[in-house]
Design a protein around this ligand. Structure first.
Ligand code: ARG
Length: 569
């Protein structure tokens, strides 16, 4: 049992309250000097018809000295404040660590059987993988990992943008202006070039649109030329995307994109017809969503072709048939809020069994404070360029510092720090906020940055290496009774709770904040308390054990966010 549980037990038995009553009252005080746990007495005052101050005073007196794990129990106004015995607290934390090896302290899995679908990344083929897709990719991966960590079954889905009338235009453009050699060298660059040219030329000659439409019809009918080209563009694009996924160490269970659902459109139409939900509007087939204060959702355009939303509806119906999911989560930019509202509203009108199980997790934009980067790359910033530039900047900073390591390790370390820096950037702030940053900020070794976190980890590992003691198992961790040590242990114990809270809001930044807090307090401990030069050997060992616990827990926490640590920095 953890110390809070023991407090609950004590209060329950001494004050004749039920466990539930006590649990509902207890809270963590806002300031450290107000104790480690507090019980406000306002609610009890109503029942007991006494002033809350009086109750608090009375309770504090009755509880004081009743348990060895409490250093003190004091009343402060209407609150009873509990102060833990720091040594006993330390012992309990380490016992908990042993019980949950490989997991965060206080680990308690949630619903094991529940299946959660997390759809993220979803770039568009033949188009650059930009930093917006980077956001979806890193955020989605962290959220999927968090579910998995808590024991859920997770499927990671990549809903590739690989279908739509724009492919008619792309095919026309490629046949007219494409260069084979350029395609082989950099497919996405060449396809983007001809696609832009199409729109320039079509301004002058509207007939191009008709020609493009004809190509799209051929593609829909599976004709050899069009289908072959589309297939090739898709393969080449996926090859490019895989390079990024490999670099980020991210993978998916399915790459079923929009094209996969293109032949499942008739089922959507049939179902909507059966429920009498389809209406004609200016030649198109739509579902009216007035009751939801939304504009109608187009299902089929006047030429009979499907749109983005139709394919998303087909995808939900398919997913519901294929997986018995408890949640289907879309990690997509906030500009598509309306699109998902429409899709979910159509499901509601269908009274679909999974109508309440779909969630859109939206995010904002990434902006650069440094002009040089954004102007050089043009308007769309590719994730690869962001990663490369971050890598160059990390190497510059490492060279300025005293990174004394063999070249290979230097390169690997720099790459790991660069990837961590970019991932962390996406996860650190509230996801719907826009993020604006400069290199100075994100590489600041003292700021709320990935390098700062990784450095603290590497520092703890370095002390352990220098100590050269393998086995810290029977250490007297009760000696960790200073304020600094106590704070680190408390922070570490709060990681699991922060993760759960974060997942409830699909907001990894809540978890990130607790990690940063923990690292800040570890650094304070590291600065204030001598470790290898501690006065006594037992104290040295206890502090080493704290370094070990800290490094283990931070490594696990960062791994859940998709961030790898480095052993030396
Ligand atoms: N491919 C889209 C884009 O790049 C994102 C797809 C989001 N997922 C979905 N099921 N609609 O904007």
């Amino acid at each position: 049992m953890d110390i809070k549980g023991k407090c609950v037990e004590l209060i329950t038995s001494e004050l004749a309250m039920t466990r539930e009553e006590v649990l509902a009252l207890l809270e963590i005080p806002p300031k450290e000097d107000m104790g480690d746990l507090a019980m406000p007495c306002f609610k009890l005052a109503k029942v007991q018809r006494r002033a809350p101050q009086e109750i608090a005073k009375d309770f504090a007196e009755r509880l004081r000295g009743k348990a060895d794990f409490l250093e003190n129990v004091v009343s402060e106004g209407p609150y009873v404040n509990f102060y833990y015995d720091k040594g006993i607290y330390a012992e309990m934390v380490f016992a908990n660590a042993e019980k949950h090896a490989g997991k965060l302290l206080q680990h308690q899995p949630e619903k094991k059987e529940d299946l959660v679908l997390v759809e993220y990344s979803s770039p568009n083929i033949a188009k650059p993988f930009h930093i917006g897709h980077g956001f979806s990719t890193c955020l989605g991966d962290a959220i999927a990992n968090m579910f998995e960590y808590l024991g859920y079954k997770v499927k990671r889905l990549n809903h590739l943008g690989d279908y739509g009338t724009q492919f008619g235009r792309l095919i026309y453009a490629w046949l007219a202006w494409g260069e084979e050699k350029a395609l082989e060298e950099d497919a996405i660059k060449e396809l983007t070039r001809v696609y832009i040219k199409f729109h320039e030329e079509a301004e002058k000659d509207e007939a191009l649109y008709d020609k493009a439409r004809a190509h799209f019809r051929h593609l829909e009918n599976g004709e050899a030329v069009e289908y072959g080209l589309w297939q090739r563009f898709r393969d080449l694009s996926l090859q490019e995307f895989s390079k990024i996924y490999d670099r980020l160490k991210i993978s998916f269970d399915s790459y079923n994109g929009e094209s996969f659902y293109s032949d499942k459109i008739p089922q959507v139409v049939e179902l909507l017809e059966e429920k009498k939900l389809l209406e004609k509007s200016e030649g198109a087939q739509v579902v009216n969503l007035d009751d939801y204060k939304l504009s109608p959702c187009i299902i089929l355009k006047s030429d009979g072709s499907s749109i983005y939303a139709t394919r998303d509806l087909a995808a939900i119906l398919y997913r519901a048939e294929t997986y018995d999911y408890q949640r289907n989560i879309y990690i997509v930019g906030r500009e598509q809020k309306f699109h998902f509202q429409q899709c979910f509203a159509v499901l509601d009108r269908l009274d679909h069994p999974k109508k309440d199980k779909n969630v859109h997790v939206a995010f904002g934009h990434l902006h650069f404070g440094t002009e040089s980067f954004s102007t050089r790359q043009g308007k769309i910033i590719r994730l690869e360029d962001l990663l490369d530039e971050t890598l160059a900047q990390v190497k510059r900073v490492m060279k300025e510092g005293s990174f004394d390591m063999p070249e290979e390790e230097f390169d690997e370390t720099a790459e790991a720090i660069a990837i961590a820096t970019v991932k962390f950037l996406y996860l650190k702030s509230g996801r719907e906020n826009d993020i604006s940053f400069t290199w100075e900020e994100i590489l600041d070794f003292n700021g709320d940055t990935a390098p700062y976190l990784l450095y603290a980890y590497a520092r703890a590992k370095s002390v352990l290496r220098r100590a050269g003691i393998e086995n810290l198992q029977n250490t007297q961790v009760g000696l960790l009774d200073s304020e600094e040590e106590f704070q680190v242990l408390k922070d570490l114990s709060a990681l699991e709770g922060a993760l759960k809270e974060a997942l409830k809001a699909y907001e990894p930044s809540i978890f990130v904040r607790q990690i940063i807090r923990t690292v800040r307090n570890f650094n304070r401990f590291y600065q204030e308390k001598p470790i290898l030069r501690a006065d006594k050997e037992e104290v040295k060992l206890a502090r080493l054990a704290l370094c070990q616990l800290f490094s283990e827990q931070i490594k696990i926490a960062l791994a859940i966010l998709g961030i790898e640590v480095v052993e030396r920095m």
